[in-house]
Ligand binder design. Structure first.
Ligand code: PLP
Length: 391
């Protein structure tokens, strides 16, 4: 039977993630050093795991309030106010989700009517484009360039605005480039959003991981923005809690209410165990985050120097845990480079094209791998570049 005809029209054309395809190949090989992963190599700090264990020991195994446990929401409100300088009411403006992934989906489903356009800067996290399509929206990429430090400008966004534009997705520090944003440019972007009545989905998942003293600003805290921003954050990256699947969205009450309907009927609530672990992370996790950040920074310094030394131009990322070197000097496409490197040297990086068209000519090499492994990987990549005669 032709079961494809049973699949919804808007779901059929969505390609599988380029990362997943590539890692299916990686999984068939042994002894690969992976710079491909998008998650911390650190175990979740012990005190956070302990909080999860205690939660189970105490028999906290039922549903929680749909919005999330009140104590966790109070902790989130305090954390967001202290770190991002924007206040949310824990009773009506915060919803605990299954990672930022679910928060993005709920936010898009809450705001989009079919055919609405959603702008996002590219290269970007692989889920943005398909998430918009899955919500019957139209994804509109705003390309950025290495020459501009992959910084999106208000001018570039303005050039893509049409009468159907409804929302803008922002992600600083950015996956996959590690790019950040200046306060001045963010202010211009905020003014643009107000002028065109855009809702902003601000994905701040890497905000704790900034380097060289780079300050993180949230657009939600800028004048006139709180009322039109869905602030998205989670525990996966800074607290090394990817498997706990826990995050949150903060937004004005009417928006939270709309997301809540979707969450209530589709999800019910986030895992109780993970919620209690998350509360511990917010209340006592700062020293562990600082320690992991220092390690990432040392690895970043090493990896960026090594890429530039071997002739692959690489900007120094100011945040997240990704480097994004240019492989244009090799004459290979990003897919060819990644596949050949994997086969000949057993090092996995992600082709830049997985992050959108403007990622072509680059690869993503994550430094969420131990420094000793990174050193071996960089030696192998340098040998590979020499062997293929990169200019
Ligand atoms: N947003 C960005 C920019 C990401 O890079 C990722 C994961 O890699 C996510 C969201 C998903 O995060 P979570 O684990 O909280 O669902």
């Amino acid at each position: 039977m032709d079961s494809i005809r049973h699949i919804a029209h808007h779901v059929r054309p969505i390609p599988k993630s380029g990362i997943r395809d590539f890692f299916e190949v990686v999984q068939t090989m042994s002894d690969v050093i992976s710079l491909g992963i998008g998650e911390p190599d650190f175990d979740t700090p012990w005190h956070i795991r302990e909080a999860a264990i205690y939660s189970l020991e105490k028999g906290h195994t039922g549903y929680t309030s749909n919005l999330g446990q009140p104590a966790l929401r109070a902790a989130i409100a305090k954390y967001v106010e202290e770190h991002f300088h924007v206040g949310y009411d824990p009773h009506t403006e915060i919803i605990v989700t299954i990672g930022v992934s679910q928060a993005i989906d709920s936010a898009l489903r809450a705001i989009l009517n079919p055919g609405d356009e959603v702008l996002y800067h590219e290269p970007c996290y692989v889920s943005y484009n398909p998430s918009v399509t899955l919500c019957h929206g139209v994804p509109v990429a705003v390309p950025t360039r290495a020459e501009d430090n992959f910084r999106v400008t208000a001018e570039a966004i303005a050039a893509k605005i049409t009468p159907r534009s409804r929302a803008l997705m922002l992600n600083f520090p950015t996956n996959p480039t590690g790019g950040t944003q200046t306060r001045e440019e963010l202010e211009k972007i905020a003014a643009l959003c107000i002028r065109h009545d855009l809702v902003v989905l601000s994905d701040e998942i890497y905000s704790e991981l900034t380097y060289d003293g780079a300050e993180h600003f949230s657009i939600a805290a800028m004048p006139g923005m709180r009322e039109r921003t869905v602030f998205l954050h989670g525990f996966s990256k800074a607290f090394a809690m990817t498997g706990f699947r826990i995050g949150y969205a903060c937004a004005p009450a009417p928006l939270t209410d709309a997301m809540m309907k979707i969450h209530q009927y589709g999800i019910l609530c986030a895992s109780t165990t993970s919620q209690e672990a998350a509360q511990e992370a917010l209340e006592n996790g700062a020293p562990a985050v600082a320690s992991m950040r220092r390690k990432y920074e040392a690895r970043r310094n090493y990896i960026v120097r090594a890429f530039n030394d071997m002739g692959l131009d690489c900007l120094k990322p100011l945040g997240a845990f990704y480097s994004f070197p240019s492989i244009k000097s090799t004459g290979l496409s990003s897919k060819e480079f990644s596949l050949q490197l994997l086969k000949s040297k057993k090092v996995a990086v992600v082709p830049g094209s997985a992050f959108g068209e403007s990622g072509e000519g680059f690869v993503r090499a994550s430094y969420s791998t131990s420094l000793s492994e990174i050193k071996v990987a960089m030696k192998r990549i340098a040998e590979f570049c020499k062997e293929i005669g990169a200019k």
